[in-house]
Design a protein. Structure first.
Length: 80
């Protein structure tokens, strides 16, 4: 499965905080890439794992626990 996790970072975050969050996420398992966004969301994280439950657990236990991450939205689909 492939998932795209959309992250909202705290409002007062500067570029250094955003880069720090990005670097932390890049070191996690399942993460393929992390890219900045402009608009409602601040970062998009591409995640891959065979089990959607592993992806859900990963988002809840890893990404949401990072200081500065305010909210996430996860879009899941099959690998093509």
């Amino acid at each position: 499965m492939i998932a795209f996790v959309l992250l909202t970072i705290r409002r007062d975050a500067d570029k250094d905080i955003l880069d720090d969050i990005k670097n932390k996420i890049l070191n996690f398992p399942y993460v393929i890439e992390v890219n900045p966004l402009f608009g409602e969301y601040d970062l998009i994280v591409k995640v891959e794992n065979d089990d959607v439950n592993n992806i859900a657990k990963f988002v809840i236990e890893k990404i949401r626990k990072i200081d500065g991450v305010n909210d996430t939205k996860t879009l899941v689909g099959p690998i093509q």
